[in-house]
Ligand binder design. Structure first.
Ligand code: SF4
Ligand code: SF4
Length: 156
């Protein structure tokens, strides 16, 4: 019966994504504090409306629509954006526009639990695991939790 439920419930991507988010909040917690390394403000990717911004023309269009994005400086190879650096980061790794920073800056690191984003290398925040998945969890969920733990160097 449990296998039957798992099989059909998780056929829906929306159901699975919702469940995966909720399970992450239940199993893991975010600890630590910002050490001002600046890693989350340099060499970053930007996801807008569900897709990564990789073309200079799209980025320019988005900046016209949403001026908060114009603080990001794209580093590109021809028309393909490889990553962004933020112009608001000072030499001592402090945000010079802290009060008006974009939502995804406000939400970091909590957005790790809400999306496919991962903690930045060397970040002062880290993720610990509080509970394990119950035995009847689907293989798909077990696999995604393993990937999440690997990508975020989760500690027990
Ligand atoms: S990567 Fe982490 S430690 Fe570094 S500035 Fe961002 S939040 Fe702070
Ligand atoms: S706006 Fe501030 S917090 Fe956001 S990437 Fe730029 S420097 Fe970092």
């Amino acid at each position: 019966m449990i296998d039957f439920f798992n099989q059909y419930f998780f056929l829906s991507k929306k159901c699975f994504d919702w469940c995966f988010r909720e399970v992450k909040w239940l199993l893991f917690s975010i600890e630590g504090a910002c050490q001002h390394s600046g890693h989350c403000c340099r060499s970053i990717t930007i996801c807008y409306d569900g897709s990564y911004v990789t073309s200079v023309s799209r980025f320019n269009d988005l900046c016209r629509k949403d001026s908060v994005l114009s603080r990001f400086s794209p580093v590109s190879n021809n028309d393909t954006i490889e990553y962004f650096d933020c112009r608001c980061l000072t030499d001592n790794n402090i945000c010079s526009e802290y009060e008006s920073r974009p939502l995804f800056c406000v939400q970091y690191p909590d957005n790790i639990m809400l999306s496919d984003a991962v903690l930045h290398r060397g970040c002062g925040y880290f993720i610990t695991q509080r509970f394990s998945l119950p035995f009847f969890s689907s293989n798909n969920l077990k696999y995604n939790i393993s990937v999440f733990k690997f990508n975020n160097s989760v500690k027990f």
